[in-house]
Design a protein around this ligand. Structure first.
Ligand code: NOJ
Length: 580
């Protein structure tokens, strides 16, 4: 057993990584933002799909948790081919989720509770049911209607080959051929995702004007900001050149958390083109016209982190998701590497660093960290795949979350992670809905397993998700033990851990704090230990317990501490916050 009997006072042996000060002021710099996935949060009308009134009815859960803001995944009019990321009308609520009035009620109720609301904006592509795309299909080749999208002639004598070799991120070719009114094959259109999600042509001023108007529509309604989908994808390289690389969802982060590729991105001609930045500068000018400190966060799978930081320069977006942290697995050196590169890159442009462990596109971290290789990110899991160790996964997830919430910056919490929800790893293929499952011919399970409806009540049908037990995806029986009513009332539950951590984070101003590695653990292969203001955050990723220094005042721990010859010690896969 490795015993550390005399952990030195952090102030004397610290290695500073990030100084407090730059990160003061605006709410988004240190906010904890809770992602609501509307389909799966709470269903008020019994159709088995969550809706806006369901969210309003559960706002007090979020107030008790202590988050600063909500981010709502798309609730706009949509045929739901990609769960709402295929938008047919950017200015209306899909009847599945309610009405615009329901949205206004939700916004007012959240604001009345001091919770801000960020909505999703999907500018890279529309639904194929959007009036623009329907008009484009009906119009001639070369028409202004087609000019809003990326229609091209095919290659080969009869145009029977796609215009280039790009692959859809959901699998299969990124091009679909149209059929003319007379039944003959016509042009192809580009879709980086499903064929029902045609990419817009952002070199067209009409497209830019339209989205600026959409921004104003929601800003006028009172939203506090936008999460921008595929923010690195809107501008494509001139000529749409062939590219043999492969891009996967949430990819683009550095493998080892360092800036491996210096200076220029390597994401291919469809991503991270310099032209995207002018779009965000224009949007920033619009947001700045409004009062209330509105903010934008980029979903951009861009590497290295210094390249990602270009999205959060002072006149562009306010934040970008830090997927490098999400993919770092459960490895002390890698985590430290990502934390350092993140601060280096963001501090250089004066932007806050963000942290995220789960969202609606990845295997939930309570399961991911229970896999034999936690840094692997399978696109969903089948029942026939090696299954995660649920107990280990939850233990590590709690430790990872407590580490994340102890870092300066802004953190994202995906609905259900505050309950320690696992991925549904044994879904039957017949219930799967993710287009990634279908477009890969069933090779990838896809993202349904992280989108399972929330369990609110252990002893109600569908665990209280809907009034009648309906649920668009089946919930695993393991969800009963994680139901919100049980966890809210249980000391030491995962909900209790998050609630305590968020309260302390606020009280100690950790979100706007500083960060220094504890010198004694600075290169430790098993321990991540840092000081943020007066609080030490120590995560033990190794097998041996780590003793706390004498007199340490423990504030919160992700698991029970042990006693090692009279000294409190942090066991394996556990994080503790203490005051030394
Ligand atoms: C990223 C979103 O998070 C994901 O759910 C969606 O499928 C793609 N963008 C396409 O909009």
């Amino acid at each position: 057993m490795t015993r550390i009997d005399s952990t030195p006072a952090p102030s004397t042996e610290a290695v500073t990584v990030h100084a407090a000060g730059a990160a003061q002021g605006s709410w988004w710099r240190d906010a904890v933002i809770y992602q609501v996935y509307p389909r799966s949060f709470a269903d008020s009308n019994g159709d088995g799909v969550g809706d806006l009134p369901g969210i309003t009815a559960h706002l007090d859960h979020l107030v008790e948790l202590g988050v600063d803001a909500l981010w709502l995944s798309p609730f706009y009019r949509s045929p739901q081919k990609d769960a709402g990321y295929d938008v047919a009308d950017y200015r209306d609520v899909d009847p599945l989720f309610g009405t615009l009035e329901d949205f206004d009620v939700l916004l007012e109720a959240a604001h009345a509770r001091g919770v801000r609301v960020v909505v999703d904006l999907v500018p890279n592509h529309t639904s194929d049911q959007h009036v623009w795309f329907q008009a484009a299909l009906a119009a001639d080749e070369g028409s202004p209607e087609r000019g809003r999208y990326l229609f091209r002639e095919g290659r080969g004598a009869g145009g029977e080959e796609p215009p280039n070799n790009w692959q859809s991120i959901f699998g299969g070719p990124a091009w679909t051929r149209t059929t003319r009114a007379d039944g003959t094959p016509g042009q192809w259109y580009l879709h980086l995702f499903d064929s029902s999600q045609p990419d817009l042509d952002w070199s067209n001023p009409e497209v830019r004007a339209e989205f600026e108007d959409v921004l104003r529509f929601w800003l006028d309604r009172g939203v506090d900001g936008f999460r921008v989908d595929v923010a690195h994808g809107m501008v494509k390289a001139d000529g749409l050149p062939d590219w043999d690389g492969h891009v996967a969802m949430v990819d683009g982060a550095d493998g080892d958390g360092t800036d491996a590729v210096n200076g220029s991105g390597n994401s291919g001609p469809m991503f991270d083109q310099d032209g995207v930045h002018e779009i965000y500068r224009a949007w920033r000018r619009i947001l700045d016209e409004y009062d209330g400190d509105r903010a934008m966060v980029a979903e951009a799978w861009v590497e290295p982190l210094s390249r990602l930081a270009r999205y959060v320069r002072p006149d562009e977006m306010h934040q970008a998701f830090n997927f490098s942290f999400l993919v770092a697995g459960w490895d002390a050196a890698r985590l430290r590497g990502v934390v350092e590169s993140s601060f280096r890159a963001n501090d250089a442009v004066g932007a806050p660093t963000t942290w995220v462990l789960s969202n609606h596109d990845v295997v939930r971290h309570a399961s991911r960290l229970g896999l034999a290789e936690p840094e692997n990110r399978p696109n969903g899991l089948f029942a026939t795949d090696p299954q995660p160790d649920a107990e280990l996964g939850l233990r590590r997830a709690r430790a990872a979350s407590l580490l994340m919430l102890g870092l300066p910056g802004s953190s994202y919490v995906y609905q259900g992670e505050e309950l320690g929800l696992p991925e549904h790893t044994t879904l039957e293929d017949v219930v799967r809905q993710d287009p990634a499952f279908f477009r890969t011919g069933g090779a990838e399970a896809g993202r349904d397993g992280c989108r399972i409806p929330m369990p609110w009540e252990a002893h109600s049908p569908a665990y209280g998700f809907s009034p009648d037990g309906a649920a668009w995806l089946p919930q695993p029986s393991s969800y009963a033990a994680h139901a919100a009513d049980v966890e809210r009332a249980t000391v030491g539950s995962t909900f209790d851990l998050y609630r305590t951590a968020l309260r302390l984070r606020k009280a100690e101003a950790l979100g706007t704090g500083d960060l220094a590695w504890l010198g004694v653990f600075a290169d430790d292969p098993h321990v991540v230990a840092l000081r943020n203001r007066d609080v030490v955050v120590l995560a033990n990723l190794g097998d041996a317990p780590v003793a706390l220094p004498a007199g340490a005042e423990v504030l919160v721990a992700s698991g029970e501490l042990t006693d090692e010859a009279g000294a409190a010690a942090v066991p394996s896969d556990t994080t503790v916050w203490y005051r030394a």
